[in-house]
Ligand binder design. Sequence first.
Ligand SMILES: [Zn+2]
Length: 493
Amino acid sequence: MKKRCLVLVTVDCLRADHVGFLGYRRPVTPTLDSLAAQSVVFEDAIVAGAPTYFSFPGIMASRHPLSLGRTVLGIAPQESTLATALHDSGYRTGAFVAGNPYLTARFGYDQGFDEFRDFMTAAAATELMPGAHVPLSKLNRWIDEVSHRNRVAGASYDELYFWYCQWRSSRQRVSLDGLRRYPAADVLVDHATDWMRGLGEEDFFLWIHLMDPHHPYYPPTDAMMAVGAPAVTAQRARFLNSFWNRGDIGPTRWQKYRDEILSLYDAGIYWVDKQIGRLIKILQSLGRWDETVFAVTADHGEEFLEHGVRYHSPVHLPEELIRVPLLIRAPGLGAAKIESVFSHIHLAPTLLDSVGAVVPPTFVGRSRWGEISAGQLSPETVVVECLDGCNNPFQVKDRIRPRLLAVRDREHMLTIRFGENRETFSSVKEGRENEASASAKKKYAQFVRRAGEHVKLATRNRRSQTAMRARIRELRYEGGSGIEMEIGPKTGG
Ligand SMILES: [Zn+2]
Protein backbone atom coordinates (compact mmCIF):
# COMPACT_ATOMS: atom_id res chain seq x y z
CA MET A 1 0.00 0.00 0.00
CA LYS A 2 1.23 3.46 -0.84
CA LYS A 3 2.06 5.23 2.38
CA ARG A 4 0.91 8.69 3.30
CA CYS A 5 3.06 11.63 4.32
CA LEU A 6 2.47 13.36 7.62
CA VAL A 7 2.86 17.04 8.45
CA LEU A 8 2.46 18.23 12.04
CA VAL A 9 2.46 21.97 12.67
CA THR A 10 2.62 22.97 16.34
CA VAL A 11 2.18 26.60 17.30
CA ASP A 12 3.52 27.89 20.60
CA CYS A 13 1.04 29.76 22.82
CA LEU A 14 -1.94 29.52 20.47
CA ARG A 15 -5.11 29.36 22.54
CA ALA A 16 -8.26 27.76 21.20
CA ASP A 17 -10.47 30.83 21.44
CA HIS A 18 -8.20 32.87 19.15
CA VAL A 19 -8.85 30.91 15.96
CA GLY A 20 -11.82 31.65 13.73
CA PHE A 21 -12.93 28.02 13.36
CA LEU A 22 -13.44 27.85 17.12
CA GLY A 23 -15.33 31.12 17.28
CA TYR A 24 -12.85 34.00 17.42
CA ARG A 25 -14.43 37.11 15.88
CA ARG A 26 -11.29 38.87 14.66
CA PRO A 27 -10.36 37.46 11.23
CA VAL A 28 -6.86 36.26 12.10
CA THR A 29 -6.98 32.69 10.73
CA PRO A 30 -8.54 32.71 7.21
CA THR A 31 -6.36 29.80 6.03
CA LEU A 32 -7.04 27.59 9.04
CA ASP A 33 -10.73 28.42 8.87
CA SER A 34 -10.99 27.19 5.28
CA LEU A 35 -8.79 24.20 6.08
CA ALA A 36 -11.12 23.42 8.99
CA ALA A 37 -14.00 23.22 6.52
CA GLN A 38 -12.34 20.11 5.02
CA SER A 39 -10.86 18.68 8.25
CA VAL A 40 -11.78 16.96 11.45
CA VAL A 41 -11.95 19.76 14.00
CA PHE A 42 -11.60 18.98 17.71
CA GLU A 43 -13.58 21.54 19.64
CA ASP A 44 -12.23 20.50 23.00
CA ALA A 45 -8.60 19.43 22.56
CA ILE A 46 -6.72 19.43 25.86
CA VAL A 47 -2.96 19.38 26.38
CA ALA A 48 -1.27 16.79 28.59
CA GLY A 49 0.54 19.54 30.48
CA ALA A 50 1.62 23.17 30.20
CA PRO A 51 3.80 24.98 29.24
CA THR A 52 6.05 23.60 26.46
CA TYR A 53 8.17 21.27 28.60
CA PHE A 54 5.14 19.66 30.22
CA SER A 55 3.11 19.55 27.01
CA PHE A 56 5.44 18.02 24.44
CA PRO A 57 6.05 14.61 26.07
CA GLY A 58 2.29 14.14 25.52
CA ILE A 59 2.40 15.29 21.89
CA MET A 60 5.56 13.47 20.81
CA ALA A 61 5.79 10.43 23.10
CA SER A 62 2.13 9.97 24.11
CA ARG A 63 2.82 9.96 27.81
CA HIS A 64 2.08 12.14 30.81
CA PRO A 65 4.86 14.66 31.45
CA LEU A 66 5.66 13.50 34.99
CA SER A 67 5.44 9.78 34.32
CA LEU A 68 9.21 9.32 34.34
CA GLY A 69 9.54 11.26 37.58
CA ARG A 70 9.54 14.99 38.17
CA THR A 71 13.27 15.42 37.60
CA VAL A 72 13.12 14.04 34.07
CA LEU A 73 12.48 16.61 31.41
CA GLY A 74 11.74 16.06 27.73
CA ILE A 75 12.06 12.82 25.79
CA ALA A 76 14.27 10.18 27.42
CA PRO A 77 17.16 8.67 25.41
CA GLN A 78 15.85 5.76 23.27
CA GLU A 79 12.25 6.58 24.16
CA SER A 80 9.81 5.86 21.32
CA THR A 81 8.15 8.91 19.79
CA LEU A 82 6.02 9.84 16.82
CA ALA A 83 9.27 10.54 14.94
CA THR A 84 11.08 7.32 15.87
CA ALA A 85 8.02 5.26 14.98
CA LEU A 86 7.78 6.86 11.54
CA HIS A 87 11.53 6.65 11.02
CA ASP A 88 11.36 2.94 11.84
CA SER A 89 8.56 2.59 9.29
CA GLY A 90 10.84 3.89 6.57
CA TYR A 91 9.85 7.55 6.57
CA ARG A 92 12.28 10.39 6.01
CA THR A 93 11.86 12.67 9.00
CA GLY A 94 12.55 16.40 9.34
CA ALA A 95 11.97 18.86 12.19
CA PHE A 96 12.17 22.65 12.04
CA VAL A 97 11.74 24.24 15.46
CA ALA A 98 11.74 28.03 15.78
CA GLY A 99 14.22 28.47 18.61
CA ASN A 100 12.45 27.06 21.65
CA PRO A 101 15.21 25.98 24.08
CA TYR A 102 13.01 23.27 25.59
CA LEU A 103 12.56 21.53 22.22
CA THR A 104 16.19 20.80 21.49
CA ALA A 105 18.56 17.81 21.33
CA ARG A 106 19.41 18.40 25.00
CA PHE A 107 15.88 17.26 25.84
CA GLY A 108 15.77 14.47 23.26
CA TYR A 109 13.52 16.13 20.70
CA ASP A 110 15.93 15.34 17.86
CA GLN A 111 15.37 11.60 18.33
CA GLY A 112 14.02 9.90 15.22
CA PHE A 113 14.72 12.84 12.94
CA ASP A 114 17.07 12.59 9.96
CA GLU A 115 17.09 16.35 9.82
CA PHE A 116 16.67 18.40 13.00
CA ARG A 117 17.07 22.16 13.07
CA ASP A 118 16.28 24.01 16.27
CA PHE A 119 17.23 27.56 15.15
CA MET A 120 18.74 28.22 18.53
CA THR A 121 20.66 31.43 18.72
CA ALA A 122 22.00 33.15 21.80
CA ALA A 123 19.34 35.83 21.44
CA ALA A 124 16.43 33.41 21.36
CA ALA A 125 17.83 31.33 24.19
CA THR A 126 18.36 34.24 26.53
CA GLU A 127 15.09 35.94 25.72
CA LEU A 128 13.03 32.91 26.60
CA MET A 129 14.93 32.65 29.84
CA PRO A 130 12.83 34.70 32.22
CA GLY A 131 14.70 37.32 34.13
CA ALA A 132 17.38 37.66 31.48
CA HIS A 133 17.32 41.43 31.60
CA VAL A 134 19.90 44.00 30.65
CA PRO A 135 22.54 43.74 33.38
CA LEU A 136 22.50 46.56 35.88
CA SER A 137 25.67 48.56 36.32
CA LYS A 138 27.49 48.35 39.65
CA LEU A 139 26.18 51.76 40.78
CA ASN A 140 22.62 50.91 39.73
CA ARG A 141 22.82 47.62 41.56
CA TRP A 142 23.85 49.44 44.72
CA ILE A 143 21.01 51.99 44.42
CA ASP A 144 18.62 49.16 43.65
CA GLU A 145 19.66 47.29 46.76
CA VAL A 146 19.58 50.30 49.09
CA SER A 147 16.23 51.61 47.82
CA HIS A 148 14.58 48.21 48.24
CA ARG A 149 15.23 48.24 51.97
CA ASN A 150 12.10 50.38 52.08
CA ARG A 151 8.93 49.37 50.22
CA VAL A 152 7.95 52.84 48.97
CA ALA A 153 11.49 53.77 47.99
CA GLY A 154 11.89 50.41 46.23
CA ALA A 155 8.72 50.90 44.20
CA SER A 156 9.79 54.44 43.26
CA TYR A 157 13.17 53.17 42.18
CA ASP A 158 11.60 50.45 40.01
CA GLU A 159 9.28 53.00 38.43
CA LEU A 160 12.07 55.46 37.69
CA TYR A 161 14.39 52.77 36.43
CA PHE A 162 11.73 51.43 34.05
CA TRP A 163 11.09 54.87 32.52
CA TYR A 164 14.81 55.62 32.38
CA CYS A 165 15.31 52.42 30.35
CA GLN A 166 12.40 53.43 28.09
CA TRP A 167 13.90 56.85 27.56
CA ARG A 168 17.28 55.33 26.70
CA SER A 169 15.90 52.78 24.26
CA SER A 170 13.58 55.33 22.63
CA ARG A 171 16.66 56.98 21.17
CA GLN A 172 17.70 53.83 19.29
CA ARG A 173 16.50 53.12 15.78
CA VAL A 174 14.77 49.77 15.69
CA SER A 175 12.49 47.73 13.44
CA LEU A 176 9.97 45.03 14.30
CA ASP A 177 12.07 42.54 12.35
CA GLY A 178 15.15 43.57 14.31
CA LEU A 179 13.40 43.18 17.66
CA ARG A 180 11.99 39.73 16.97
CA ARG A 181 13.57 36.98 19.09
CA TYR A 182 12.58 33.93 17.09
CA PRO A 183 12.69 33.18 13.39
CA ALA A 184 9.27 34.04 11.95
CA ALA A 185 7.06 31.36 10.42
CA ASP A 186 8.11 32.21 6.84
CA VAL A 187 11.74 31.33 7.68
CA LEU A 188 10.72 27.93 9.02
CA VAL A 189 8.53 27.21 5.99
CA ASP A 190 11.40 28.18 3.66
CA HIS A 191 13.78 25.73 5.35
CA ALA A 192 11.20 22.96 5.45
CA THR A 193 10.48 23.52 1.74
CA ASP A 194 14.16 23.14 0.83
CA TRP A 195 14.26 19.89 2.79
CA MET A 196 11.09 18.53 1.17
CA ARG A 197 12.33 19.40 -2.30
CA GLY A 198 15.42 17.25 -1.71
CA LEU A 199 13.35 14.19 -0.85
CA GLY A 200 12.06 13.33 -4.29
CA GLU A 201 9.30 10.75 -4.04
CA GLU A 202 10.13 9.48 -0.56
CA ASP A 203 7.50 9.40 2.15
CA PHE A 204 8.17 11.90 4.86
CA PHE A 205 7.17 13.19 8.27
CA LEU A 206 7.61 16.92 8.73
CA TRP A 207 7.28 18.65 12.11
CA ILE A 208 7.30 22.44 12.20
CA HIS A 209 7.10 24.32 15.50
CA LEU A 210 6.27 28.03 15.17
CA MET A 211 6.90 30.67 17.81
CA ASP A 212 5.24 33.78 16.35
CA PRO A 213 2.53 34.12 19.05
CA HIS A 214 5.11 33.68 21.83
CA HIS A 215 6.19 36.76 23.77
CA PRO A 216 7.89 39.12 23.28
CA TYR A 217 5.27 39.91 20.68
CA TYR A 218 6.96 41.36 17.60
CA PRO A 219 4.90 40.40 14.53
CA PRO A 220 5.76 41.47 10.99
CA THR A 221 4.32 44.89 10.07
CA ASP A 222 2.19 43.35 7.28
CA ALA A 223 0.53 41.10 9.83
CA MET A 224 -0.39 44.06 12.07
CA MET A 225 -2.19 45.76 9.21
CA ALA A 226 -3.93 42.57 8.14
CA VAL A 227 -5.62 42.03 11.51
CA GLY A 228 -6.99 45.56 11.44
CA ALA A 229 -4.98 46.71 14.43
CA PRO A 230 -3.91 50.34 14.64
CA ALA A 231 -0.45 50.82 13.17
CA VAL A 232 2.18 50.20 15.79
CA THR A 233 5.75 51.39 15.44
CA ALA A 234 8.64 49.20 16.52
CA GLN A 235 9.27 51.66 19.36
CA ARG A 236 5.72 51.32 20.57
CA ALA A 237 5.82 47.52 20.32
CA ARG A 238 8.99 47.49 22.38
CA PHE A 239 7.45 49.75 25.00
CA LEU A 240 4.34 47.56 25.18
CA ASN A 241 6.38 44.39 25.60
CA SER A 242 8.59 45.99 28.25
CA PHE A 243 5.62 47.29 30.21
CA TRP A 244 3.76 43.97 29.93
CA ASN A 245 6.89 42.22 31.21
CA ARG A 246 7.17 44.36 34.35
CA GLY A 247 7.19 42.23 37.45
CA ASP A 248 7.01 45.13 39.91
CA ILE A 249 3.42 46.17 39.15
CA GLY A 250 0.01 44.51 39.16
CA PRO A 251 -2.95 43.77 36.87
CA THR A 252 -4.55 47.22 37.16
CA ARG A 253 -1.61 48.84 35.45
CA TRP A 254 -1.01 46.05 32.92
CA GLN A 255 -4.70 46.23 31.98
CA LYS A 256 -4.25 49.61 30.32
CA TYR A 257 -2.20 48.03 27.52
CA ARG A 258 -4.01 44.71 27.23
CA ASP A 259 -5.82 45.51 23.97
CA GLU A 260 -2.63 46.60 22.27
CA ILE A 261 -0.79 43.51 23.49
CA LEU A 262 -3.65 41.34 22.20
CA SER A 263 -3.32 42.97 18.78
CA LEU A 264 0.37 42.10 18.68
CA TYR A 265 -0.41 38.52 19.73
CA ASP A 266 -3.18 38.20 17.13
CA ALA A 267 -0.88 39.53 14.43
CA GLY A 268 1.57 36.73 15.30
CA ILE A 269 -1.27 34.23 14.86
CA TYR A 270 -2.17 35.81 11.52
CA TRP A 271 1.42 35.38 10.34
CA VAL A 272 1.40 31.71 11.33
CA ASP A 273 -1.87 31.26 9.46
CA LYS A 274 -0.54 32.94 6.33
CA GLN A 275 2.57 30.77 6.32
CA ILE A 276 0.55 27.59 6.85
CA GLY A 277 -1.33 28.65 3.71
CA ARG A 278 1.97 28.95 1.89
CA LEU A 279 3.09 25.53 3.16
CA ILE A 280 -0.11 23.96 1.82
CA LYS A 281 0.43 25.58 -1.59
CA ILE A 282 3.99 24.22 -1.64
CA LEU A 283 2.77 20.70 -0.80
CA GLN A 284 0.28 21.06 -3.64
CA SER A 285 2.95 22.23 -6.08
CA LEU A 286 5.17 19.31 -5.07
CA GLY A 287 2.28 16.96 -5.82
CA ARG A 288 2.19 15.80 -2.16
CA TRP A 289 -0.97 17.41 -0.80
CA ASP A 290 -3.32 14.62 -1.91
CA GLU A 291 -1.31 12.01 -0.02
CA THR A 292 -0.60 14.03 3.13
CA VAL A 293 -2.22 13.92 6.55
CA PHE A 294 -1.92 17.48 7.83
CA ALA A 295 -2.39 18.29 11.51
CA VAL A 296 -2.24 21.63 13.32
CA THR A 297 -2.28 22.16 17.07
CA ALA A 298 -0.62 24.15 19.88
CA ASP A 299 1.44 23.16 22.93
CA HIS A 300 -0.62 25.41 25.26
CA GLY A 301 -2.41 28.74 25.26
CA GLU A 302 -1.59 32.14 26.69
CA GLU A 303 -3.10 34.31 29.41
CA PHE A 304 -3.94 37.99 29.18
CA LEU A 305 -5.03 38.85 32.73
CA GLU A 306 -8.21 36.72 32.61
CA HIS A 307 -7.11 35.47 36.03
CA GLY A 308 -4.77 38.33 36.85
CA VAL A 309 -1.63 36.89 35.25
CA ARG A 310 0.12 37.04 31.89
CA TYR A 311 2.01 34.60 29.65
CA HIS A 312 1.78 30.86 30.35
CA SER A 313 3.26 30.14 33.71
CA PRO A 314 2.10 26.83 35.29
CA VAL A 315 0.84 28.50 38.47
CA HIS A 316 -2.62 27.21 37.59
CA LEU A 317 -4.29 25.31 34.71
CA PRO A 318 -7.12 27.48 33.35
CA GLU A 319 -8.92 26.98 30.03
CA GLU A 320 -6.80 29.72 28.48
CA LEU A 321 -3.75 27.47 28.94
CA ILE A 322 -4.99 23.93 28.51
CA ARG A 323 -7.50 24.14 25.64
CA VAL A 324 -5.87 24.36 22.23
CA PRO A 325 -6.90 24.26 18.59
CA LEU A 326 -6.55 20.89 16.85
CA LEU A 327 -7.49 19.93 13.33
CA ILE A 328 -6.55 16.94 11.22
CA ARG A 329 -7.04 17.00 7.49
CA ALA A 330 -6.61 13.63 5.82
CA PRO A 331 -7.19 12.60 2.22
CA GLY A 332 -10.49 10.79 1.85
CA LEU A 333 -11.71 11.81 5.29
CA GLY A 334 -14.63 14.21 5.29
CA ALA A 335 -15.02 17.27 7.46
CA ALA A 336 -16.35 16.68 10.95
CA LYS A 337 -16.65 18.43 14.27
CA ILE A 338 -15.67 16.42 17.34
CA GLU A 339 -17.33 17.79 20.45
CA SER A 340 -15.90 15.25 22.90
CA VAL A 341 -12.83 16.09 24.92
CA PHE A 342 -9.68 14.87 23.19
CA SER A 343 -6.39 14.60 25.05
CA HIS A 344 -3.09 15.26 23.27
CA ILE A 345 -2.01 11.92 24.77
CA HIS A 346 -3.93 10.27 21.92
CA LEU A 347 -2.54 12.49 19.16
CA ALA A 348 0.65 10.58 18.26
CA PRO A 349 -0.97 7.11 18.12
CA THR A 350 -3.90 8.56 16.16
CA LEU A 351 -1.61 10.20 13.62
CA LEU A 352 0.48 7.01 13.29
CA ASP A 353 -2.68 5.04 12.66
CA SER A 354 -3.83 7.59 10.08
CA VAL A 355 -0.77 6.82 7.93
CA GLY A 356 -0.81 3.08 8.64
CA ALA A 357 2.28 3.04 10.89
CA VAL A 358 2.73 0.85 13.97
CA VAL A 359 2.02 2.43 17.37
CA PRO A 360 4.85 1.84 19.91
CA PRO A 361 3.80 -0.20 22.97
CA THR A 362 5.11 2.46 25.37
CA PHE A 363 2.48 4.97 24.25
CA VAL A 364 -0.09 5.60 26.97
CA GLY A 365 -2.65 7.04 24.57
CA ARG A 366 -4.49 4.97 22.03
CA SER A 367 -5.40 5.57 18.41
CA ARG A 368 -8.79 7.22 18.04
CA TRP A 369 -8.53 7.05 14.26
CA GLY A 370 -11.32 4.48 13.88
CA GLU A 371 -13.68 6.57 15.99
CA ILE A 372 -12.68 9.75 14.14
CA SER A 373 -13.26 8.11 10.77
CA ALA A 374 -16.70 7.12 12.01
CA GLY A 375 -17.27 10.71 13.11
CA GLN A 376 -17.99 9.81 16.71
CA LEU A 377 -15.64 9.87 19.68
CA SER A 378 -16.64 8.30 22.96
CA PRO A 379 -16.64 10.78 25.85
CA GLU A 380 -13.54 10.85 27.97
CA THR A 381 -12.11 12.29 31.15
CA VAL A 382 -8.60 13.63 30.68
CA VAL A 383 -5.71 14.47 32.98
CA VAL A 384 -3.44 17.53 32.72
CA GLU A 385 -0.41 17.84 34.95
CA CYS A 386 2.58 20.05 35.63
CA LEU A 387 4.76 21.13 38.51
CA ASP A 388 3.24 24.00 40.41
CA GLY A 389 5.05 27.20 39.45
CA CYS A 390 7.94 25.48 37.66
CA ASN A 391 9.07 28.37 35.50
CA ASN A 392 12.67 27.41 35.10
CA PRO A 393 13.06 23.71 34.43
CA PHE A 394 16.74 24.19 33.68
CA GLN A 395 17.12 24.33 37.45
CA VAL A 396 16.63 21.06 39.27
CA LYS A 397 15.18 22.82 42.31
CA ASP A 398 12.32 24.05 40.14
CA ARG A 399 11.71 20.53 38.91
CA ILE A 400 11.09 19.07 42.33
CA ARG A 401 8.13 21.30 43.07
CA PRO A 402 4.81 19.70 44.02
CA ARG A 403 2.45 18.43 41.37
CA LEU A 404 -0.48 20.46 40.06
CA LEU A 405 -3.06 18.23 38.43
CA ALA A 406 -6.36 18.76 36.65
CA VAL A 407 -9.02 16.22 35.73
CA ARG A 408 -11.45 17.46 33.13
CA ASP A 409 -14.33 16.35 31.00
CA ARG A 410 -16.54 18.47 28.80
CA GLU A 411 -18.49 19.98 31.70
CA HIS A 412 -16.31 19.96 34.79
CA MET A 413 -12.80 20.29 36.04
CA LEU A 414 -11.13 19.27 39.27
CA THR A 415 -7.81 20.92 40.07
CA ILE A 416 -5.60 19.56 42.83
CA ARG A 417 -2.67 21.43 44.31
CA PHE A 418 -0.67 18.68 45.94
CA GLY A 419 1.71 21.13 47.63
CA GLU A 420 -1.09 22.81 49.56
CA ASN A 421 -3.40 19.80 49.71
CA ARG A 422 -6.08 22.00 48.17
CA GLU A 423 -8.58 21.33 45.42
CA THR A 424 -11.23 23.14 43.42
CA PHE A 425 -14.10 21.66 41.46
CA SER A 426 -15.70 23.89 38.89
CA SER A 427 -17.91 24.06 35.85
CA VAL A 428 -15.88 24.49 32.64
CA LYS A 429 -18.29 26.97 31.07
CA GLU A 430 -19.04 29.17 34.03
CA GLY A 431 -15.82 28.67 35.93
CA ARG A 432 -17.97 28.49 39.08
CA GLU A 433 -16.60 26.54 41.99
CA ASN A 434 -18.08 23.78 44.15
CA GLU A 435 -21.35 22.95 42.46
CA ALA A 436 -23.74 21.49 45.01
CA SER A 437 -26.03 19.39 42.76
CA ALA A 438 -26.14 15.63 43.31
CA SER A 439 -24.74 14.86 39.84
CA ALA A 440 -21.86 17.30 40.39
CA LYS A 441 -21.08 15.66 43.72
CA LYS A 442 -21.01 12.26 42.06
CA LYS A 443 -18.69 13.51 39.36
CA TYR A 444 -16.45 15.18 41.92
CA ALA A 445 -16.00 11.81 43.62
CA GLN A 446 -15.24 10.15 40.27
CA PHE A 447 -12.66 12.80 39.43
CA VAL A 448 -10.94 12.43 42.79
CA ARG A 449 -10.70 8.68 42.17
CA ARG A 450 -9.35 9.30 38.68
CA ALA A 451 -6.65 11.63 40.02
CA GLY A 452 -5.65 9.04 42.62
CA GLU A 453 -5.45 6.30 39.97
CA HIS A 454 -3.37 8.54 37.73
CA VAL A 455 -0.78 9.21 40.41
CA LYS A 456 -0.71 5.56 41.51
CA LEU A 457 -0.33 4.28 37.94
CA ALA A 458 2.36 6.79 37.14
CA THR A 459 4.44 5.52 40.04
CA ARG A 460 3.78 1.86 39.31
CA ASN A 461 4.47 2.07 35.58
CA ARG A 462 7.55 4.22 35.80
CA ARG A 463 10.07 2.81 33.41
CA SER A 464 13.12 3.02 35.61
CA GLN A 465 15.63 2.23 32.86
CA THR A 466 14.19 4.95 30.64
CA ALA A 467 14.09 7.43 33.50
CA MET A 468 17.65 6.56 34.48
CA ARG A 469 18.91 7.22 30.97
CA ALA A 470 17.27 10.64 31.05
CA ARG A 471 18.83 11.43 34.43
CA ILE A 472 22.29 10.46 33.18
CA ARG A 473 21.87 12.74 30.18
CA GLU A 474 20.83 15.56 32.48
CA LEU A 475 23.77 15.06 34.83
CA ARG A 476 26.08 15.29 31.86
CA TYR A 477 24.71 18.74 31.09
CA GLU A 478 24.65 19.93 34.67
CA GLY A 479 28.03 18.58 35.71
CA GLY A 480 29.93 18.43 32.46
CA SER A 481 29.38 21.84 31.00
CA GLY A 482 28.47 23.75 34.13
CA ILE A 483 25.82 25.60 32.17
CA GLU A 484 22.88 25.31 34.49
CA MET A 485 21.34 28.57 33.52
CA GLU A 486 20.86 31.31 36.06
CA ILE A 487 17.44 32.57 35.37
CA GLY A 488 14.64 34.02 37.42
CA PRO A 489 10.89 33.60 37.71
CA LYS A 490 7.99 34.07 35.40
CA THR A 491 7.05 32.76 32.03
CA GLY A 492 7.90 29.20 31.09
CA GLY A 493 8.34 27.99 27.51
ZN1 LIG B 1 5.25 26.61 24.54
